[in-house]
Design a protein around this ligand. Structure first.
Ligand code: FAD
Ligand code: DHB
Length: 391
């Protein structure tokens, strides 16, 4: 098999890149190791930045999102039982975010890819990359029990944090920056109408909690927990009680309970690989960097990487100009570090860290009060939350 661009991974990064390239007349093959229904049902991100929303619409894959997604123009911070609203629209240039599940974006992108007739192989696991430092790389993969190869001009590693792309690069090429947090998120999806129109980020002595949603019928909730938390210790009743404790408000607001449809534990880390390129291999999305989920940057960063790559590959194939491709990592890394900082900052400001000294706890509280009280600090949160403009 031969193509111009081999894309490893059919998550949001790989599927969106394939779609953008197709619109530009660049051929690609997407290899995804899991079956279609698995990737379409994987519950993950839910908040799309303004730029992500605009890009999906411009690329012709935003129609269902515009119909079913929930536009939000504010978020709430809950501290000491009091809710404080951050008006995203007022503190930015009128921007907001869209609450629309990552798996819905993935479904829309898969449908567009299959409609186009361009290749997207499920249950196709890339096993080895060859010739990345030359001009004709080769991807070895397994598909339907058969060993196969894909020859290409470029390999794009969109295969997530545990994929093979990053691991295929010789030692010493990449510098890795990493921080592992001493907590995780226990996430639940509940068959309950969201009891509030906006997301609520709660700071509580028992730990962080987040009230979110997926649709007018489905509530999404998170609780800070230990990284090695055993889900068996969390029967539904305990989850609801803890959510009610951490999300209790002195204005009488209460959650709606409902059947819990899904539970999971997500560890939290910050991770950056520099540079995001080696020879003809380019890394995008979680393959190159991870953020802790607080502030909802992960998928949005994956989208901004592949937007840059699509433009660079267009310049290369249409105009024969490889400059943007050569500058890909340098151009993306500044935004990556902004999102890394914001996610670390939101995480540190809102979670309870048992290793904190009383001094650190007071500093944390001061930072929260400042974000709530100071228009300048509120704006900092708001402009990062909706996403800074693309270059
Ligand atoms: P992935 O989605 O991980 O996709 C990689 C794909 O590659 C997978 O489908 C995998 O099966 C495939 N693959 C791996 N190895 C191979 C191989 N060898 N061969 C072929 N295929 C392979 N982000 C936000 O922006 N907003 C949010 O609100 C948000 N909330 C989150 C909440 C939670 C609980 C979690 C866990 C994450 C959240 N994120 C959020 C982060 C977001 O989900 C990720 O950043 C996003 O999935 C990254 O997309 P990706 O395409 O780079 O990687
Ligand atoms: C969601 C996830 C986040 O990380 C966040 O900051 C807000 C909402 C969510 O999954 O709905």
């Amino acid at each position: 098999m031969h193509t111009q661009v081999a894309i490893l991974g059919g998550g949001p990064a790989g599927l969106l890149l394939a779609h953008l390239l197709h619109r530009q007349g660049v051929d690609s093959v997407v290899l995804e190791r899991h079956p279609r229904d698995y990737v379409e049902q994987r519950i993950r991100a839910g908040v799309l930045e303004q730029g992500t929303v605009d890009l999906l619409i411009q690329a012709g894959v935003g129609e269902r999102m515009q119909r079913e997604g929930l536009r939000h123009e504010g978020i709430e911070l809950l501290v000491d039982g009091r809710r404080h609203r951050i008006d995203l629209r007022e503190y930015t240039d009128g921007s907001g975010v869209m609450v629309y599940g990552q798996h819905e974006v993935v479904k829309d992108l898969i449908a567009a890819r299959l409609d186009s007739g361009a290749p997207l192989l499920f249950q196709a696991r890339a096993t080895r990359l060859e010739g990345l430092d030359g001009v004709a790389p080769r991807v070895h993969f397994e598909h339907e029990g058969q060993a196969r190869t894909l020859d290409c001009d470029y390999v794009i590693g969109c295969d997530g944090f545990h994929g093979i792309s990053r691991a295929s690069v010789p030692d010493g090429v990449f510098t890795v920056f990493e921080r592992i947090y001493p907590f995780a998120w226990l996430g639940v999806l509940a068959d309950a109408a969201p009891a509030n129109e906006e997301l609520i980020y709660a700071h509580h002595p028992n730990g962080f909690a987040l009230f979110s949603m997926r649709s007018p019928q489905i509530t999404r909730l998170y609780l800070q927990c230990d990284p090695d938390e055993d889900l068996a210790q969390w029967p539904d009743e305990r989850i609801w009680e803890e959510l009610e404790t951490r999300l209790s408000c002195n204005d009488g607001w209460r959650l709606n309970r409902g059947r819990i449809l899904h539970k999971s534990v997500t560890p939290m880390r910050s991770f950056v690989t520099e540079p995001m390129q080696y020879g003809r291999l380019f890394l995008a999305g979680d393959a190159a960097h991870i953020v802790p989920p607080t502030g909802a940057k992960g998928m949005n960063l994956a989208v901004s990487d592949v937007r840059a790559l699509a433009l660079a590959l267009q310049a290369r194939y249409r105009d024969g100009d490889g400059d943007a491709l050569a500058a890909y990592s340098r151009d993306c890394i500044k935004r990556v570090w902004r999102a890394e900082h914001f996610s670390w900052w939101m995480t540190s400001m809102l979670h309870r860290d048992e290793a904190n000294t009383p001094f650190m706890d007071r500093l944390q509280r001061s930072q929260l009060d400042y974000v709530i009280d100071s228009p300048a600090a509120t704006r900092t949160l708001a402009e990062n939350y909706v996403g800074l403009p693309w270059r």
